[in-house]
Design a binder for this molecule. Structure first.
Ligand SMILES: Nc1nc2c(c(=O)[nH]1)N[C@H]1C(S)=C(S)[C@@H](COP(=O)(O)O)O[C@H]1N2
Ligand SMILES: [Mo]
Length: 237
């Protein structure tokens, strides 16, 4: 995981004075940061915009990019024909789904903003897939469940509170902007948890495990915040 992941540790990030650096970026600028190209969208356009819940559209300390930046990670197998997704843990019925099973379920397409802890935001990415809530109902999540663990290839995990995981906009997605997910973005299937920092959105998703006790995931045990609310800037532990 760490081998191909460009993410510096929190200590390194802070040493780079990330925040100050990002604030210096101008609208429409293309800059090289942390080993990659960032295309910064017009920064004033969304500055005052608010969401229906009253929160600012762009969380504090974030710059709007025009497209998702591939953030690395150890890739899983992108093959649709071999794909399996296990829904397990505190459920009445364990599910073992193929890619066909997933696309045969109620499909939704939603434009959702995503926010990466390294300081970029993409507005209105169009995700297609199923709502996590649909799977939760199908599996019969028990009242003992309190958290969801999004399990991915090679042991990557991310934990999300059950209540937040069952929000309308939490998806198990297989398309982005009308096209099948690219391998680097988690093909064939990834989680999308728009309202928490993007590391909670496991790519190359292999399992959804409902648990009664919290289990901090890959980044959460490496210095990142256990909850990860972008509006509270819950970046680090
Ligand atoms: N399996 C897996 N999922 C992952 C990661 C990872 O390393 N492995 N990185 C996370 C992080 S830190 C971010 S910001 C987003 C990046 O998604 P993207 O590469 O599609 O932009 O994926 C998240 N999901
Ligand atoms: Mo991230």
């Amino acid at each position: 995981m760490t081998k191909t992941d460009p993410r510096p540790t929190p200590a390194v990030l802070q040493a780079m004075e990330r925040r100050r650096f990002i604030q210096q970026l101008g609208a429409g600028a293309t800059v090289v940061a942390m080993g990659g190209l960032w295309t910064v969208a017009g920064s004033t356009a969304h500055a005052a915009e608010r969401r229906t819940d009253g929160r600012l559209r762009v969380p504090p300390g974030q710059k709007v990019l025009t497209a998702l930046r591939p953030m690395g990670g150890v890739r899983g197998d992108p093959s649709k024909s071999k794909y399996r997704l296990k829904v397990h843990g505190e459920v009445d019925k364990v599910l073992d789904l193929s890619f066909r099973d997933i696309v045969a379920m109620d499909q939704v397409t939603r434009a959702e903003d995503v926010h990466c802890v390294t300081g970029w935001t993409v507005l209105g990415a169009r995700w297609t897939g199923i709502q996590l809530e649909t799977l939760a109902k199908l599996a019969g999540v028990r009242s003992s469940a309190r958290h969801v663990i999004f399990e991915a290839a090679h042991g990557y995990t991310a934990n999300v509170r059950l209540k937040e995981a069952l929000a309308d906009n939490v998806m198990i997605a297989h398309k982005l902007d009308g096209r099948p997910l690219a391998t680097e973005h988690g093909a064939p299937v990834r989680a999308v948890v728009p309202d928490l920092y993007f590391w909670k959105s496991s790519k190359w998703l292999t399992g959804i495990r409902f648990v009664s006790r919290d289990e901090p995931g890959y980044w959460e045990v490496r210095g990142y915040n256990n909850h990860a609310d972008p509006w509270l800037e819950e970046r680090y532990a």
